[in-house]
Design a protein. Structure first.
Lengths: 217, 217
DNA sequence: AAAATTAATTAGTCATGCCTAATTTTGTCT
DNA sequence: AGACAAAATTAGGCATGACTAATTAATTTT
């Protein structure tokens, strides 16, 4: 139906909009590691295909059709991630890259069959909700660790950054979905955070780290 | 490592050579449903990349490198077919098309993990042997139904043609891997064959049909 | 062997999706 | 408002992998 590139653009625009950011030429270019000039070309083509609307003021916006398509791709991505983790025993940091390829496999009911085979999971291994066959998606009231008030026990429910270095760092810290974290204090000097992870001794993590972990009280 | 097109050319050349046919420009073009002129272009590029040797007399031949690559793709194709059939419950005639896409997914140990998850199957759902991690592959002493002498009971072990219409016809006849078939007689007039399938009443099948089913005595 | 047919190749195009370099538009700062 | 910086766009190219049309080479037929 759509090309690999188109699907990747749809995902990028979806993610930016979902994060409340403007899907500008440069933001999309940064996310896809493409040249802004290439993005302009592609956005024009996608506009003609009625996948997006575009004006410089508000950036790219998914049309109903674009949104639906993006959700299908994201659904497949997250289902495959679940498969890779649960069935093939791939680790947290390896699954994203493979799912980036698998998400583009086209077949009418592949996602639904996979979904059924996996037992209709609601979340992928990174804690992101999996869009259901009807397009609905579980909502999570997640905040980043950096937004958590001090002293309140919380649980890790997901990650914002799913890059390999970040996930490997998490693995080293033995932090995963469900890990309990309490913020002890914030260091004013460099905004780093002193936290208690499970029942271990206190550690300091950077602000950047804290901004990329989702927790729930 | 290699592009989707290159992998498809490798597969086509492998299959032709394996069937004892000359991988000529036109044979490859027919198999890939491409224009012969396009094939000439591509073969030149693949020769430069040392995936094949080519001379007009003997057609294209896989180099060691090309052969190894082709086997990896075929291994992935057949493992995914097994997965689609066994785990996602896709029917015989649907799996090929999806596996055509899945076979191009790239990751160092994906095939091996999938192989392990599936319990190291030796044959795919169409009866074709799955190349193992070391490149070895089970050999089958299969003949086509058309080569079977009359009166000898045999069992279906695979299909040569894996097109959707053929597989759907088989499904209609309730013929699958393991089905018992005995040739009763060959009709001289049009070379069609009278056969007994399992314990059912005799049926007549065309020569073309018989040439595309593999059996073993 | 000449003619006819089939196969292979060359030459020239095209769509896709990228790129760089140059230019224009927009936004911000003083 | 004017100057500077950042963002967006245009123009021109390029690699990939297809295509058509025309040509050359190889096989068959007669």
């Amino acid at each position: 139906m759509y090309t690999l590139s188109e699907e990747n653009y749809l995902k990028a625009i979806y993610r930016l909009s979902d994060d409340g950011l403007k899907a500008s030429t440069s933001a999309i270019a940064a996310m896809l590691e493409n040249n802004p000039a290439s993005v302009v070309d592609m956005l024009k083509k996608m506009k003609k295909k009625r996948l997006i609307d575009y004006d410089k003021k508000s950036g790219a916006q998914l049309t109903t059709k674009g949104h639906k398509t993006a959700l299908i791709v994201i659904r497949k991505h997250r289902l495959w991630e679940f498969f890779l983790h649960e069935k093939l025993r791939y680790s947290w940091d390896e699954i994203h890259e493979i799912a980036e390829q698998l998400e583009h496999i086209q077949h009418p009911d592949l996602a639904d069959r996979l979904d059924k085979f996996l037992g209709f999971p609601k979340f992928d291994p990174h804690g992101d909700p999996i869009p259901q066959a009807d397009g609905k998606m579980a909502k999570t009231s997640k905040i980043t660790l950096s937004e958590l008030p001090a002293g309140r026990p919380s649980q890790v429910v997901g990650v914002k950054d799913s890059s390999v270095p970040f996930l490997q760092y998490l693995q080293k810290l033995d932090v995963g979905i469900g890990t309990k974290i309490t913020l002890i204090e914030t260091i004013t000097y460099d905004s780093s955070l002193v936290v208690k992870i499970e029942k271990r001794s206190q550690t300091t993590v950077s602000r950047r780290f804290a901004e990329n972990i989702y927790v729930q009280e």
